[in-house]
Write a protein that binds this ligand. Sequence first.
Ligand code: NAP
Length: 254
Amino acid sequence: MPFPSGEKKVLIVTGASRGIGAAVARLAAQDGYAVCVGYLGNSAAADAVVASIVDRGGVALAVQADVAVERDVVRLFGEVDASLGKLTALVNNAGILERQSRVEDMDAARIGRVFATNVIGSFICAREAVRRMSIRHGGAGGAIVNLSSRASRLGSPGEYVDYAASKAAIDTFTIGLAKEVAAEGIRVNAVSPGIIYTDIHASGGDPDRVDRMKDVVPMKRGGTADEVARAVLWLLSDDASYTTGASIDVAGGR
Ligand code: NAP
């Protein structure tokens, strides 16, 4: 049954059950978007994000999809077509890192998992978005924001060089896709967060990483998911109408 999104702008946020993605979904709903809250396995968290949006009069839909699985991505976009309507924007936010490790101790399976989610997942989601939004395909244009990381230029030695390299791929992907679709009504930009208070650090085996490292940040503190989300929302908005292929650091000066 279609949701009452009416003439609302329609946004897909991958990995929106927690952390930065959840903050983007909530802020976008306040800004008038009907929001698809993508998630991998934590349906309770995704449902809570949807409930918080609906309680404030917004429109949101939770959809489970592993971005590393192409048929899941195709299904997610199909569900949004059917339930929320014509796609306006995509935030490629779902991303993972694995336990802190040196490169000499990484195996191919680990590196493959990181690249499958962070890089291939972002490509396939962008592909589905371009097929819907490009004026070349009869669409009305739109905007894509990719979550990169300051790690793409810092390299994350001794922690996760695989993750950092996957985010460097996202930087290049952002520049290339931006140029490819610039004349087709689609802007493509990136946000590069520094160290932000979310669960991702626990999955690296270092839940207190932000507080441990905050003194290396010129502003002497970690960032919040909301601070990152505000940059994402600006890049999605018409205020950024002449900005494409760009990247904004949200990293306290680091
Ligand atoms: P997080 O708190 O760990 O949340 C990850 C989100 O991604 C969850 O919603 C999770 O869903 C979802 N997810 C994970 N794997 C997925 C997959 N294969 N398919 C679909 N969804 C998947 O992460 P975060 O810290 O908010 O990070 C968000 C983005 O910002 C990532 O791209 C990350 O690399 C980037 N970033 C974060 C920081 C930071 O310090 N936090 C810094 C730089 C860049 P479930 O809840 O269902 O598991």
